[in-house]
Structure formats: structure tokens, C-alpha cells
Design a protein around this ligand. Structure first.
Ligand code: NAD
Ligand code: UDP
Length: 336
């Protein structure tokens, strides 16, 4: 089976490519390296002994993308390629709508033209907004998003759902990721953007661990949580990657043409718990200071994953401690 992976050199995409190659899928990657490094393909080869076909293409460039669909006989698409910073999307919404929506639209048009009937889409827990019902189930209200980035995820979910209603044999799954962390246990691939600007908790912690920052700012000490810091569901990226294989298999068994699944661990951890676990697992002190809440942050977010467990037979296997060891292992190797 030939799978087109857009954004396949990125953080989650590269780990998913490894899992696909390990399961003997034929993989075609399209990426424009806007947020990934060129050495990732070699790292994928070092881990798997296999080289996926690669095209350096912007998915917004319809004509170049069409050449890929024309040349390769694609059976399914896993669509990761997107810009992903909520904060940046508030500064430049047009960039986010163009890249994430127009790019997706090109893919859908080409899938129709070349009779590709299966797609898995990278959605996000951000579509739930500040849901008060935790653990969050898939039937929770969505769309109350706080950023243009979140809106691109919500709109794409709607687009896919509508398209599966219009087209009889077109099947789509949206996977709503909670907070992906960690790295491949080999230490060869991980979260590694070319601009090296941290935009999530782990990347800030790694900067503190590397002594590139003096301390971590913990946003908020007055949330209704045991230590006052926010709660999230941190999932190891390898577990997340395996969720895509489970979803690919499930596409063939699905009775409906569209479905959506949470991918998380089902466990919520505070920022302070995460810091303490990082310190214990890696024997490194992470100095921190509480600062004001970050605007737009939700208080508590963790997944109910029972739907993915039951229907796709998928379970997160790694612990947060495993993920934090692997994240540091990768960061050390990259630094050295
Ligand atoms: P990433 O930035 O590491 O990977 C995205 C990849 O897509 C990069 O390699 C980038 O170069 C590529 N890309 C972006 N726009 C492109 C374009 N126009 N044409 C071709 N390639 C393009 O991000 P990630 O963390 O691996 O996220 C993958 C997907 O998962 C994204 O859709 C993201 O929104 C979603 N997601 C991520 C998180 C997270 O915390 N990492 C959480 C929820 C959802
Ligand atoms: N966070 C923090 N300091 C940071 C970055 C994040 O305290 O420098 C907190 C943030 O308030 C949230 C959690 O860590 O409670 C996860 O934040 P991240 O940006 O990684 O993910 P998201 O907010 O998108 O869930």
C-alpha cells in the first residue's frame, strides 16, 4: 500500500514515516522544509534501513503537487503538513489560512481527480477550546477555538466531514492529538525546528536543561489543580505515530465514511509534575518561576481515549517519564 505523507519530515510526520516503513508500507513524502531539517531523511534511513520517496514541494503549489499524484499511484494520504503555532497564527492569520486550508483543499482536489479515497488528518485537541468536561470525549462541542490556527483545524474537520457525505466511497478520519512530546528512542529524530525557537513547554524545558535559558516560566499558579499549574495530556510521539497505523487499518473497517478519534494517554499532568518527572528521569535541575497565566491557555485538558482503544485497538504504551527521557536523549544528541 502506497501512502502519501504530507509534512513527513516534521516532528510527528517523521515518526509516523518510521512506523509505516517498519510495517512495510510504501511511503511518499511531500514537504517544503519550512519547519523541518534536511537531515531527517537520512535519520529515517538510519533507523529503518529504508528510504522513502521524497518531493520538496509546497502543498499550496497545485501544479507541482499534481505531478506527484500523476506519477505515484497513491492509495491513502496522511496529512500532517501545516503551520502549528497558535501565537503566530494570531499575528498572521492569512498565512495560516492560506497554508493550512488552501494546502488541504489542493490535496482534496487532487485526491478526487486521481481517485484517492482515504485520508487521515492531523487535527488537535485545540478544537475543543476550553472544554469544562474532562476527560474530553469526541462528542464534546467543538469550534470554540482561540486562534486562527485552531480555526484551520476546526474548518478542515468540517470540510472532511462534508466531503465524505457528498462522496460515497471517500473515507476520512480526523485524529485529535493532545500534547505530543518525546522523541524516537534511538535519539535520531525528535522535535527539531530549523529556527530553534521554542513554542511549547518541552522545548522551553530543554532550553533550560541545556542552560540556554536561566529558568522556566510557569504560566499561572492559580488554576484549580493540585499545584495551581495547568493540566495537559502528554503523549509520546511514537505512540501517536502508531495511532496513524491503527487509523489506516480502521479506515477499511469503518461503517461510516467519516470518524474522529482522540489520541492522548487519558492522564492529565500539571506543569510542575512534568518538571519534577523531567528532573528525576534525567538528573537535571530545572529552575522555574511562576508568572502570570498565558492568555488563551485552558485550565485542564486531557483525553478520553476509550473510543480509539475500543474501535481501533490502539493504546498509548509509553509513560510521560519515558517521553521525557527520550526528549532529553534527542536534545543532547542534537546539541553535541
Ligand atoms: P511540524 O512543524 O514539525 O511538521 C509539519 C511539517 O509540515 C514540517 O516538516 C513542515 O516543513 C511541513 N509543512 C508545513 N507547511 C507545508 C506546506 N505548505 N507544504 C509542504 N510542507 C509543509 O509539526 P508537527 O508537530 O509534526 O505537527 C504535524 C501536524 O500535527 C500539524 O498539522 C499540526 O498542526 C498537528 N498537530 C500538532 C501538535 C503538536 O503539538 N505538535 C498538536 C496537535 C496537532
Ligand atoms: N507552559 C508553561 N511555560 C511555558 C510553556 C508552556 O508553563 O514556557 C504551560 C502552558 O501554560 C500549559 C502547558 O505548559 O499549561 C502546555 O503548554 P504548551 O504550549 O506546550 O501546549 P498547549 O498550551 O498548546 O496545550
Amino acid at each position: 500500500m502506497k501512502v502519501l505523507v504530507t509534512g513527513g519530515t516534521g516532528f510527528i510526520g517523521s515518526h509516523t514515516v518510521v512506523e509505516l516503513l517498519n510495517k512495510n508500507y510504501e511511503v511518499i513524502i511531500v514537504d517544503n522544509y519550512c519547519n523541518s531539517k534536511r537531515n531527517v531523511l537520512h535519520k529515517i534511513y538510519q533507523i529503518t534501513g529504508k528510504s522513502p520517496t521524497f518531493y520538496e514541494i509546497n502543498i499550496c503549489d497545485f501544479n507541482s503537487l499534481e505531478k506527484v499524484f500523476k506519477k505515484e499511484k497513491i492509495d491513502a494520504v496522511i496529512h500532517f503538513a501545516a503551520l502549528k503555532s497558535g501565537a503566530d497564527s494570531i499575528k498572521d492569520p492569512g498565512l495560516y489560512y492560506t497554508n493550512n486550508i488552501e494546502g488541504t483543499y489542493n490535496i482534496l482536489k487532487l485526491m478526487k481527480k486521481y481517485s484517492v479515497k482515504k485520508i487521515i488528518f492531523s487535527s488537535s485537541a485545540t478544537v475543543y477550546g476550553d472544554s469544562q468536561n474532562v476527560p474530553i470525549k469526541e462528542n464534546e462541542t467543538i469550534g470554540n477555538v482561540i486562534s486562527p490556527y485552531g480555526m484551520t483545524k476546526y474548518l478542515t474537520e468540517l470540510l472532511l466531514e462534508n466531503k465524505t457525505k457528498q462522496t460515497n466511497d471517500f473515507k476520512a478520519i480526523s485524529l485529535r492529538y493532545f500534547n505530543p512530546i518525546g522523541a524516537h528512542p534511538s535519539g535520531l529524530i525528535g522535535e527539531d525546528s530549523p529556527d530553534n525557537i521554542p513554542n511549547n513547554l518541552i522545548l522551553y524545558i530543554l532550553k533550560v536543561a541545556k542552560k540556554e535559558l536561566p529558568y522556566l516560566k510557569v504560566f499561572g499558579n492559580d488554576y484549580r489543580t493540585p499545584d495551581g499549574s495547568g493540566i495537559r495530556d502528554y503523549i509520546h510521539v511514537v505512540d501517536l505515530a502508531k495511532g496513524h497505523i491503527a487509523a489506516l487499518n480502521y479506515l477499511d473497517k469503518m461503517k461510516t465514511n467519516y470518524d474522529v478519534f482522540n489520541l492522548g494517554t487519558g492522564k492529565g499532568h500539571t506543569v510542575i509534575e512534568l518538571i519534577k518527572t523531567f528532573e528525576k528521569e534525567n538528573d537535571i535541575k530545572i529552575p522555574y518561576q511562576f508568572v502570570e497565566r498565558r492568555p488563551g491557555d485552558v485550565e485542564i485538558s486531557y483525553a478520553d481515549c476509550s473510543k480509539a482503544n475500543k474501535l481501533m485497538g490502539w493504546y498509548a504504551e509509553f509513560s510521560m517519564a519515558d517521553a521525557l527521557r527520550d526528549a532529553w536523549n534527542f536534545a543532547k544528541k542534537t546539541r553535541d
